[in-house]
Ligand binder design. Structure first.
Ligand code: 7TS
Length: 404
């Protein structure tokens, strides 16, 4: 049963006011809000069993370790991952990508090619540029179309025996486009290239089956999935994770240390140096339970309804242009009003209690493609309502009237 009223009651922040108006939170692509159960999990950890993990025989350390490892298993099962040690806890998507890019520095050479999509967030561009600078490998860009989708024919033509890596997001944060990652992975594997999928925008909307996808690496952040900031995961196929060197050195990632030679711990600890975000990992597990309790099928049906309704209503506003018009989209709408800067629209919406993101959304190449400074981005979650979409539409009309 999908009961929007009771779902909204799970999120204390949705009860607050902003600028004297009820908060209309439509910036879910930047970060999601947190349900009470996740907030409680954080308070419970610090109130009742705060201790460092994987060390110490005392009861609190054991309890914290058990809960942290239980969260890893929860994440493993959620994403249909074969082995728990293929789940590496990170500080988020950005760190997961950097970990892999850093590891590939010892595997690539001059003449190798790596492919990135034109639809990427900066965090799935810059680490690879740094990698290419280090190794002499060449970075090639899979082009996009006017609809904000990937040019799949061009992609097929770009693949060759030189291609070693392909990195692409599952869903674009700036446009909401859902990329055909199954096809991208299948084709990359035909030339023996590895694929990293950036799932930062996807995992609040869909439940990827990583085994079926046969992806080599998949990264995401808890904070976009109703979990806390500062924690995420990198999934890697065991064979790849064994091949990559450690990312950071320090405590917990070693088997034995002497000044002559240090040996590294087994997976997943090899990639988890230092004290991790223990509480964050545990609360990430709680967030996953919460999302599954709502149900991804329900989430998808509700969000698609909001997307369709908002697209239809926004399209009626004269001079409003929507960027990202592919058929496979999630509940993100990027738009501009003719001759009006997106910041100005965002500022007026904020005065009305409506939170949207404005700017380039850390995806400057997309903005350059459309020759615009940025967009206004409204991104809906399962706890948003049709009434909130109405408030957005009214706010945009008001902004247009005031700024024209
Ligand atoms: N990749 C994509 C597709 C993203 O949308 C984001 C964050 C990241 C990577 C980075 O994630 P982080 O958790 O490591 O920061 N995207 C956004 C956004 O669209 N607005 O604010 C952050």
């Amino acid at each position: 049963m999908f009961n929007i009223k009771s779902i909204r009651a799970d999120f204390p922040i949705l009860q607050r006011q902003v600028n004297g108006k009820p908060l209309v939170y439509l910036d879910n692509a930047a970060t999601s809000q947190k349900p009470q159960v996740v907030i409680d999990a954080i308070v419970d950890y610090y109130s009742n069993y705060n201790a460092n993990i994987h060390r110490g025989v005392h009861a609190l350390s054991q309890e914290a370790t058990d809960k942290y490892e239980a969260a890893r298993q929860k994440i493993q099962h959620h994403f249909s991952i074969a082995k728990a040690h293929e789940v590496i806890f990170t500080s988020g998507t950005t760190q997961g990508i950097n970990l892999v890019a850093n590891g590939f520095a010892s595997l690539l050479k001059k003449g190798d090619e790596v492919l990135v999509s034109a639809l990427e967030h900066h965090s799935n561009i810059v680490p690879w540029q740094m990698l290419c600078e280090k190794t002499g490998a060449k970075l090639l860009v899979i082009p996009m179309t006017e609809e904000g989708t990937l040019h799949m024919e061009a992609y097929s033509e770009m693949l060759s025996e030189k291609t070693k890596l392909v990195f692409v997001n599952h869903i674009s944060n700036a446009l909401g486009t859902i990329n055909p990652i199954d096809e991208i992975i299948f084709k990359a594997h035909q030339v023996d290239a590895a694929v990293l999928v950036d799932g930062a925008q996807a995992c609040s909307h869909v439940k990827p089956d990583l085994k079926e996808l046969d992806v080599d690496f998949y990264v995401t952040s808890a904070h976009k999935m109703c979990g806390p900031t500062g924690v995420g995961i990198l999934y890697g196929k065991e064979a790849w994770l064994k091949k990559l060197p450690p990312y950071q050195g320090g405590g917990e990632m070693i088997a034995e240390v002497t000044f002559e030679k240090t040996t590294y711990a087994d997976l997943p600890h090899k990639f988890e140096a230092g004290t991790p975000n223990i509480c964050g990992g545990i609360a990430f597990g709680t967030a996953i339970d919460y999302l599954n309790h709502i149900g991804f099928e329900n989430i998808s049906v509700h969000e698609q309804e909001l997307l369709e309704y908002a697209t239809e209503e926004l399209s009626k506003i004269l001079g409003l242009k929507i960027y990202g018009t592919g058929t496979e989209k999630t509940s993100v709408i990027s738009f501009n009003l003719e001759n009006i800067h997106p910041y100005d629209v965002g500022t007026i919406l904020d005065k009305l209690g409506i939170a949207v993101r404005t700017g380039h959304h850390c995806a400057q190449p997309i903005m350059e493609y459309f020759k615009i400074p940025g967009t206004v981005r409204a991104s809906f979650a399962f706890y948003n309502t049709k009434e909130e979409v109405d408030l957005l539409i009214a706010g945009v009309k008001k902004a247009k009237q005031m700024l024209s």
